[in-house]
Design a protein around this ligand. Structure first.
Ligand SMILES: CC(C)(COP(=O)(O)OP(=O)(O)OC[C@H]1O[C@@H](n2cnc3c(N)ncnc32)[C@H](O)[C@@H]1OP(=O)(O)O)[C@@H](O)C(=O)NCCC(=O)NCCS
Length: 378
């Protein structure tokens, strides 16, 4: 092996080709299949964006209708999964429940032993459709209520809110949530997508690859950051407290969740959209406190460290104002990102080579084995 310097955290390492998502970090631009995500957020929907990502082109009206109703028809969970959800400890974290349920769902998939492309697409549809149902059902169960079955007439965003909160949200609220889902659909080779592709590259199955991804997204340096943002908002409580609290965190060499990014050298474009949604939503619900605290944190981080918010920062206040439980920000992220993970898994299978990197060995060499009785007391 030629001697190479290891790239810590694989920074800037190109692992392979992909035609799904482009991040232009210097310009703060993100596009799926060549379409600017800001345009998609404004003009498209979650269902249409998934179609675009999976098929590489925008659908016709008839194609979109067929695709959306296929997704909707697949939202219902097998009874055994509902029973399993009821048997889990009530204090389980929803991300752990989602990870375990996705793994279990694989056992019930009628195509589980078929590795063909067609079967993998069907598995992706079933999996994507069911994630929201799992997360919403678990919240009902842990609160002593019966899960609400899906209603295929509604789109994903409205039905998720209905299954969670017990009523169909008004159209404006559902639209804001739909925009959030569009924004989280894919993000090139982030840690969880990379984990999914590594698993797929061994020719393991779709469910295993998505299970790997959910476990990876959970960490606080990745998707788990938005829960950290909510914890911070709860501690800060008023905009006036924000500068002191943030400076204290920084003085203690703590990371402020929701700031910084490995690839964006300027602001994450999704944070710009979410900041505006946070403001609008605050005005609409008559409580702009979470937006105002967030703005103060943002100003302080810019002044102190020149660090800008990423997607997780303003999504935290948006999800709070949409009425989602505190530990739901990351599972909701996962419910959308499963579209990206499955697109990457399919792309990996289409042009596969086993991912097997090397380590830069820095340990001792040539050690002589000493029999145990000659080693003395350590
Ligand atoms: C996302 C993240 C892991 C990317 O970081 P990275 O490219 O690996 O950059 P590094 O961890 O090498 O950090 C570079 C410097 O910026 C600082 N930094 C980066 N993000 C920071 C943050 N959110 N708060 C405080 N300092 C931060 C680091 O402490 C480091 O400073 P140092 O050189 O003085 O030690 C990092 O910004 C972070 O931890 N953010 C908070 C978690 C988060 O929001 N994750 C969601 C990402 S979408």
């Amino acid at each position: 092996m030629s001697s190479t310097v290891a790239a810590r955290g694989l920074e800037d390492v190109i692992v392979g080709p992909s035609s799904l998502t482009l991040i232009e970090g210097e310009r703060g631009k993100l596009s799926y299949r060549g379409y600017d995500v800001v345009d998609l957020v404004r003009h498209s929907t979650f269902e249409e964006t998934i179609y675009l990502l999976w098929h590489g082109r925008l659908p016709s009206g008839a194609q979109l209708q067929e695709f959306a109703s296929e997704l909707a028809r697949n939202r219902e969970l097998p009874n055994q999964i509902v029973s399993m959800l009821k048997s889990l400890p009530k204090d389980s974290r929803p991300m752990d429940v989602l990870r375990t349920s996705i793994s279990a769902l694989g056992l019930f998939d009628p195509d589980k032993n078929d590795p063909s492309r067609e079967a993998n697409v069907r598995k992706s549809i079933r999996l994507l459709a069911k994630c929201g149902t799992i997360v919403a059902a678990f919240d009902r169960i842990r609160n002593g209520k019966e899960p609400i079955p899906p209603n295929p007439v509604l789109n994903y965003a409205s039905d998720f809110m209905r299954m969670l909160q017990g009523k169909v949200p008004d159209a404006e609220i559902a639209k804001i949530f739909d925009m959030c889902l569009v924004m989280h659909v894919d993000h090139e080779l982030n840690a969880s997508t990379f984990a999914a592709r590594v698993t797929a590259s061994t020719l393991s199955d779709v469910y295993s690859a998505v299970t790997s991804a959910v476990g990876t997204l959970k960490g606080r340096l990745h998707g788990g950051a938005n829960e950290g943002v909510l914890e911070m908002l709860d501690i800060i409580t008023t905009p006036d407290n924000a500068p002191t609290s943030v400076k204290e965190l920084l003085a203690n060499r703590m990371r402020v969740m929701g700031f910084g990014h490995r690839v964006y050298k300027t602001i994450d474009p999704r944070a710009v959209v979410l900041r505006e949604l946070s403001r609008k939503l605050g005005e609409r619900v008559g409580d702009t406190r979470w937006y105002e605290i967030s703005r103060k944190i943002e100003e302080t981080m810019l002044a102190e460290r020149n660090l800008k918010p990423n997607v997780d920062f303003y999504s935290a206040s948006v999800y709070r104002m949409l009425g989602f439980p505190k530990d739901f920000s990351t599972p909701i992220f996962a419910c959308s990102r499963v579209a990206g993970w499955t697109a990457h898994i399919l792309e990996q299978y289409d042009n596969n080579r086993l991912m097997r990197p090397r380590a830069e060995y820095v340990g001792p060499r040539g050690m002589k084995y000493i029999p145990i009785e000659q080693r003395g007391v350590i």
